[in-house]
Design a protein around this ligand. Sequence first.
Ligand SMILES: [Fe+2]
Length: 311
Amino acid sequence: MINKFLKALIILSRYKILKYLIIAVEKVASRFILLNKKSLYSNFLSVFQLFSSGQIYSEFRRKKFFFYQKTKVNHPLEKTIDEIHNQSYSFLGKISENDIKTGSNFFLSQNQIYNSHVPLGTEGGEKIPLDQFLNNENCNYGSFDIQTSLSLPKISEIIKNFNMREIAEKYLLTKNLEIYSVNTMLTKKSNTTSGVCNLHRDLDSMSSITFFIYWTNVTADNGSTLIYPGSHLFNQDKLFSNYASNSLNLKHIEGEKGSIFAVDTWAWHSGNKNIETNRLVTWVRFTACPANTYFTDENYKFKDDLKKINK
Ligand SMILES: [Fe+2]
């Protein structure tokens, strides 16, 4: 009940008049809330950011960046954390050929798939037979729900083996965090282009990080995400995509099958229209405060599955 209520409230806060009101309040509030030099998180901020138009996301990330610089200590993951702070993403390594085979066979042998980049909620689609998705020239993004992704035991092994929780803790500067989203996407060549191929930022939470598992080869000609490195620290500017869509600063996050990346998806990024062969990718997202997409994508429907992976 509370989940549905919050979902409705978040959607309502995106309506034009309310949105402008929130932007105005947020501009003033973020100055005060984030002035506190002693602590990074507060209960009030965690709730307030749920309705943010993005201003607080940028302010918080910048504050977190300075906290990190001040409190930095040597540890084995330092290079990775530095890279995420400075260029918005980091390559973590590769899983074995065997694991790649197990993962891709598992997803490609499913009977059904949602014909959208996330399964449910405001961005969700329809559940259709996988064959139909593969043969329909108008389908581009397909996705498998949280329960399906997590029923592949390899996912939790990969989360552990690549220290995803520890990286998230060190990047978000708290141990109080959880996985709020796991999504496996199948992308293919089609006659249509998804909205995620436009330059955008993921408005999930002010303190979040995403890990990607590439089950297939991902290159500039084959579906690799474009990212503007370091832009997770840029101020929120809704016109940014208008003048940066063709920027030479955009980089492809390319990787052979099996590659694992950590990405701060508050950085400006876009999907890739160029795709020759099917691309299969899983994302695992951690947050240190409530994420609005947990509600709008109806991830709460899988709260028991998420609870298990968060243990
Ligand atoms: Fe995105």
